[in-house]
Each structure stands twice: as C-alpha cells, then as structure tokens.
Design a binder for this molecule. Structure first.
Ligand code: Q46
Ligand code: ZN
Ligand code: ZN
Length: 308
C-alpha cells in the first residue's frame, strides 16, 4: 500500500475510508479532520477556553495533543478514581497523564476523589450499595459531577472528552436496542450548555478507535494500555465486539450507522414536540442543576457514604 499523498510506503491503511497514508501524512490528516469536525458541529471557537478530560488512555491524551497542535487553549483535567485492582490502574494512569502534560508544557488540574470526598470510587460504591458489585454507576456520576464543577469553578467554556466512533456507535447501538428516546435525543458531538452545566463536546467522535491507536503510537504518546479493570464484561464492550464483526464484513458500516443517526436527529426524527421540558433546580449543596427536589444524586451519594 502506498500513501495517497506522496506515494511512499503507507503506515496506516483505512479500508473504511479507502485511504492509505504514510506516517507524516497521517499525522497531518488527523488534526485536519479534527478541525473539520470542530467546525462542522460548531463545537468551540479559537477564543474559548477548553478543559479536556484526560484519563491517561490513548483517546484523551491524543485529543489533548491534537488540540494543542491545532493551537487551541486546552488545559487538562485528571480525576483520580482510586482504582487499584492489583494493577495500580489509577496511579499509573495519573503518572502517564502528568508525564504527558510536563513533556508538552501543558496545564493539568488533578482532582483526587478520595482526598476530596473521603473515599475512593470503589469504596464509595461499596458503602452506598450502588451498582451491583461494580463501581461504574458511582464512577460515572462522580466524573460528570467533577468535570462540571471544575469547568464552572475555573471558568472554562467547554468540556472536551475523548470519545471515539467505537464508543459512540456502541452507545448508539445500546440506546437503539431499547429505543431510549431521551438518550438518543441527547447523544451527539455537542451537548449545549445549560444553566450551571458546561457545554460538552466530543471532537474525536468520527475517528475509529484503531485510528486513534495509530495516532497515539505514531506520535510516540505513552498511554495506559490496560482498560479500567471494572470495564471487563461490560455491555459496551459486548456491543463494540458485535459492531466490529459487522465492520469486518462491511468496512465503513460503523461510521454510516453513526453519521446517518446524526443526520436523522438533525432532521428532527427523535424530537417530541409534545414532551414537556424536564424541570431542573439547583442542588442546595453543590449548586449543580438536578431533576430531584433536594440534593443532586452525587451529593446524596456522598452524604450516604459519610453517614455509614
Ligand atoms: S465507569 Fe467503570 Fe469506567 Fe469508572 S469504574 Fe472503570 S469501567 S472508569 S469508563
Ligand atoms: Zn505520504
Ligand atoms: Zn449536589
């Protein structure tokens, strides 16, 4: 295979795009495409301050790297979950994130859940009996809460996460199997800001996971190879495997599934004009918007963990 741009030996062959590129041209193509998606979906402007949620994995570190290379003002946020499971998962992912920030002269904010709220994520989950043996429900709640808190308190305009096409297609597949209209309506490259909640964007949502792996490797980014130990056996991994089987037979199927959904959503397919808007009020403890009458679910979880 030859690079389409220069004719040299290709380093990456993307059957899904019928495109092969050498290392140099691949490392140019990825930021160019990202910039195109940022503009196409109106994610953010040059003057806006971006907070990138970084986990130490290939997607979020690559996203930070790309935004930095494109000249955006992007700082990082690492949330220490306190997950060990015999592989020092959180310690190692934090080390790699800090190493990346230092090597590139970037600003990184670190929030340690245990220091901030008294317990690590696995302990919080255990003490509050949320999540049937897995801490993922509490983890997701805490990550969303902390990302919003830091974005609001430190004055960021937008919060960027490293979700790739495989993540988005798997979520979409799950939501479609159950026709979860509310989730379908909210899923997309941009979730607009609401009172007290930062805008959320996913600049990598149209890149295949393997494209991000290739980017991280060709850029020499050192990232944590292990997935979070609690992700083993999750529904989203199962959906990703199913979609990969489809993709193997029909290259590009995953991308078409996602893009056609975005077009259908844009055309109003999932909007229900009769549905009343959900009323939100400010949590009396943290101030973040919530659908509950009193405290938000995160503050209730923290209060419960302290009372046991
Ligand atoms: S939710 Fe669950 Fe993830 Fe949290 S505990 Fe690990 S697998 S990190 S995306
Ligand atoms: Zn080339
Ligand atoms: Zn709250």
């Amino acid at each position: 295979m030859k690079c389409r741009t220069c004719g040299e030996k290709a380093a990456v062959n993307m059957r899904q795009h019928k495109l092969a590129l050498c290392k140099t041209h691949y490392l140019e193509w990825v930021p160019q495409q990202t910039e195109r998606f940022i503009k196409k979906y109106a994610m953010f402007h040059r003057h806006e301050k971006i907070l990138v949620a970084v986990s130490g994995g290939k997607d979020s570190l690559s996203l930070w790297d790309i935004l930095h290379r494109l000249g955006y003002q992007a700082d990082g946020l690492y949330i220490g979950l306190g997950i060990d499971e015999g592989i020092r998962y959180s310690d190692e992912s934090r080390r790699l994130t800090e190493q990346f920030a230092a090597a590139n002269g970037l600003t990184l904010h670190v929030v340690d859940i245990e220091k901030e709220y008294g317990h690590s994520i696995p302990v919080l989950a255990e003490r509050t009996h949320r999540g049937k043996g897995k801490p993922c429900a509490v983890c997701g709640l805490a990550k969303r809460h902390e990302m919003n808190r830091i974005a609001r308190d430190l004055g960021y305009d937008v919060l960027a996460t490293g979700h790739n096409l495989d993540d988005e297609a798997a979520t979409l597949f799950g939501n479609t199997l159950t026709w979860s209209a509310d989730y379908l309506l909210r899923q997309g490259p941009v979730l607009p800001e609401t009172d007290g909640m930062a805008r959320k964007v996913k600049p990598l949502c149209r890149f295949y996971e393997k494209e991000m792996t290739a980017y991280a490797m060709l850029r020499g980014i050192e990232y944590i190879y292990d997935e979070c130990p609690f992700s083993v056996g999750s529904q989203s991994i199962y959906y990703k495997e199913l979609l990969n089987r489809l993709e193997a037979e029909r290259p590009g199927a995953k991308l078409v599934f996602y893009i056609k959904f975005l077009e259908a959503r844009q055309a109003g397919l999932f909007a229900n004009p009769q549905r009343p808007a959900v009323a939100l009020s400010a949590c009396p403890t943290c101030g973040q918007p919530t659908t509950s009458e009193g405290e938000c679910s995160f503050c209730r979880t923290i209060a419960k963990s302290a009372s046991i």
